[in-house]
Design a binder for this molecule. Structure first.
Ligand SMILES: [Zn+2]
Ligand SMILES: [Zn+2]
Length: 260
């Protein structure tokens, strides 16, 4: 099977790091790996690319990482830190002259159609021709998308649901998750090559699993490698690298790239 290149474009939570007003929390401001944009990642295989979410920082993420091609976008859920860069898909359309396929479940579709109608509708063709093509998908099913096998996972995220993914049976991606609806999910991914997992902070949170819970999951699943993402300013890169790298668990950082 062809190798997948994974790049974490944004390793931060909804505020990014530093938080406005130059607030660094527990993060060392002198370590560039602590500068975190809002959450997004890109996967590439055999010349095809899948972008996960359109972070509000998407424009700079694409420029910084010299990304010139997006074949599809998968949306995990409709929180602002995951969708508010969607307007930048207009530039991709301008370059390719093709509608950008965006994969959404029912709840995300409702929000996108309401908040960003001009990207989808034909009402104002002259000024704003539609540039996105809606592709429906739902948790529990598997899809072939740009040469990737994508299994869509149903997650609880506080008072809404979100989606996770398993790509080609070797990369699991679960970012904004409090718990998994499928009680067998951890067994399903047991021993997986790579787990990209949300790790917001140490303290409990109503919509995200906390640090201790995540470490319990990882201990059970025993992935070959785990990369933590969606980290707030309360999690310092070097501290967690020292704590966890001996267990093959790594805090990710913006631009962090690996091949599987
Ligand atoms: Zn969220
Ligand atoms: Zn989020």
């Amino acid at each position: 099977m062809k190798k997948i290149k994974v790049k974490i474009l944004g390793s931060g939570g909804s505020f990014g790091v530093p938080v406005l007003f130059d607030r660094w929390g527990k993060c060392d401001p002198d370590n560039k790996k602590n500068i975190r944009t809002r959450p997004s990642a890109i996967l590439e295989k055999d010349g095809k690319t899948i972008l996960i979410d359109t972070s509000p920082d998407l424009r700079f993420q694409m420029i910084d990482n010299k990304i010139n091609k997006i074949d599809s976008v998968l949306f995990t859920h409709a929180h602002a830190d995951h969708i508010h860069g969607i307007n930048d898909l207009r530039c991709i359309h301008l370059a390719t002259n093709k509608k950008v396929p965006v994969y959404v479940d029912k709840s995300t579709k409702l929000v996108l159609l309401k908040s960003f109608e001009y990207l989808f509708s034909s009402k104002n063709l002259e000024q704003y021709p539609p540039i996105c093509e809606i592709k429906d998908y739902e948790a529990g099913n598997s899809y072939e998308i740009n040469g990737f096998n994508v299994r869509v996972i149903h997650q609880n995220h506080g008072n809404i649901d979100s989606l996770g993914y398993i790509f080609d049976n070797k990369i699991a991606y679960n970012l904004d998750v409090k718990y998994f609806y499928d009680k067998n999910y951890l067994d399903l991914i047991k021993g997986i090559e790579c787990w990209i997992l949300g790790c917001l902070r140490y303290e409990k949170h109503p919509a995200h699993a906390e640090y201790d819970e995540i470490l319990k999951w990882i201990d059970y699943v025993q992935p070959k490698k785990t990369y933590l993402s969606h980290m707030t300013a309360l999690i310092d890169y070097e501290t967690e690298y020292q704590n966890l790298s001996k267990y093959n668990i790594f805090p990710s950082y913006d631009g962090c790239t690996f091949h599987l």
